[in-house]
Structures are given as C-alpha cells and as structure tokens.
Ligand binder design. Sequence first.
Ligand code: N2P
Length: 357
Amino acid sequence: MKKLIQLFVTVFLVSFVLMFIVHRLNTSEGLTSGNTITVFNWGDYIDPDLIKRFEKETGIKVIYETFDSNEAMLTKIEQGGVSYDVAVPSEYTIEKMIQEDLLIKLDHSKIPNLSNIDPRFMDMDFDPGNQYSVPYFWGTVGIVYNKKMLDGMTFESWNDLWDKRLKNQIVLVDGAREVMGFGLNSLNYSLNDTNKAHLLEAKKKLEKLQPNIKAIVGDEIKMLMVNEEAPVAVVWSGDAAEIMWENENLDYVVPKEGSNLWFDNFVIPKTAKNVEGAHKFINFMLDAEVAAQNTEYVGYATPNKAAMALLPEETVKDERFYPSPEKTARLEVYKNLGKRMLAYYNELYLEFKMHTK
Ligand code: N2P
C-alpha cells in the first residue's frame, strides 16, 4: 500500500512538473492561443528586426510566411489550410477579395497610426474609405539598367528591350501581369486590355523577345543586377531602388508608353484567428519611426507621410521612386479583370515562359 501511494505521488508530481514546463514553453514562445499572428507577405518585404521588436513589445508571436505573386497568395488564402491574420495583396487583388467576401472590415479605432498615411494614398477606387485595407508600400514597374555595362545605351521605350544588342542580357520579374503588361504597353495597348486579339499580339511580340532573355526570376533579380551578372532587368521600382544603393552604375526608368502603378496594402482575411493581434501588427507597422526604418531596409516607396519626414531628403525627393501625382497620372493601376480574363493572361504568360529558357 505504501509503495502504491509513493507511485501515485511520483506520477502526480512528474505530470505536474511536465504540465508546468509545457505551459512555460507555450507562453514564452507566445503559443498560447490569442497570442500568435500569422503574417503573409511578399518576399524581401519587411525588416526582420521589426518583427522581433513587435514580438518583444506586444508579447505576440509572429509566424511569418512569404509569397511571390498576388495569384499565389490568393490561392493559399482560398484553400484555407493556414489561417492568415494579416496579408499584403495589391489593389486589384484587394478588390477581388472584397467581392469574394474574403476580408474583414478593419476597425479604424484600433489603427490610430492611420493618420500617418498621406491622404493621396487613402480612399482609392479599389477600397473606398479604406474599409478593408491600409497602405503599406507603393511603386511602379520599369527598367533598371547598368550604364557602365551597356556603354551609352539608354531606355526610353519598352521597345528598346527588343534591341538585337541585348541578346541573352535581360532578366524579367516573374509576374504574369507585369510581363503581359509591358508586352501590351510596348504595342501602346492598355495593360488592362481584355481584347483577346491584342493579348495574343502581345504574347507573340513577347516571344520575339525570347532571344534577349537571360532569366525570369523573383527576388534573385536584385543579386544578378548588383553583381553585374546581367545589365538590364524589368523590375518593381523598390527593387531597383534597393540595388541602386549597392551599385552606382545602375539607373531606373519608367518607359514613355506608360507602365503599372501599384499599391500594396495590409488586409485581414476572414479566416483570421487573432483579429485583435492583426490590428496591433498593422498599427505597429504604420508607426512613423517603424515605417521609416522599414522603408530604409526594404527600399520601396512609403505612403507614410510621417515616416517620409524622418527619411533622407534625397530618398523621398527622388522622382524615380516617389513620382509626383502628375507623373503617375499617365500610369495605369491593374484592374480586377475577372476570373476568366485573369486565367487567360496567366495561360498566355505560362506559354511564353515555357518556351523561354
Ligand atoms: C518585394 C515585392 C514587391 C511587390 N519583393 C510589388 N507588388
């Protein structure tokens, strides 16, 4: 009997100690429910120190995942396998997600730092009144090129990319809308064109560019350009800005026919498990000093006016990356073209990509 009691006490004590350890581990890792958020963002699109700082300041653990296109992000959210608390789609995808009832309405009283955002970037057509989204970064698509390697060549038109001297020299950002978009723009069509004959014409024209294409990649573009492994690339503006800090031979232009103007915003998907934590994260990222640090790290243009005041003048006055409203007026924001048309864009792009090395 004595042995039985001893055994009983030992089992009780061991389980108590185990339970205590598991509890401690959970809380110190922030794993207790309600104390974690899952953030879904583009690759290379945040200063990782800021995630650590947010975790430290709030006790909320951040699970961080990345994507490389709006389409890939949307598919994952629609599948619903992971419950994302914060995501960062671009405008045409936000419009689509609102229509498909995939987002929750934001509680502006929990995002007081929203007042830091330049009104120029608020209340846009894709989300009137910012009911579902708040601005994170914005920019354009253009050509970054190495003045030294190309000795004297300049790029004013998208058509300059088809120059025979550029055989095997061009790197393209791997995006269906981006590549189809500049194909269309090079023919003076809109990058939101839905005329199938125009789209086919653009795809045929892009096929003629194939001999000049060295690679179609994602964030690797930056390394290839900084290391001078390629002299020309079609990129998002912020990637150009970032690599231009590292290599002074590079310059960035938005071709004269026009191009894409885009806005990436924070949203909270309907599947979110920690809506309170998601609001806290968004508000933290909109803090002036945090946004300024993030902008310096990421290289993209911030819509945060209070952060701009903390950044060097030469950064925020650089019209290549902070184009004025007059300059952006001639650019086009992607429209939500509907499921079928978007699938057609993707299909043409994939056919083009398949036949490019
Ligand atoms: C950064 C991705 C930029 C996204 N790597 C452009 N919408």
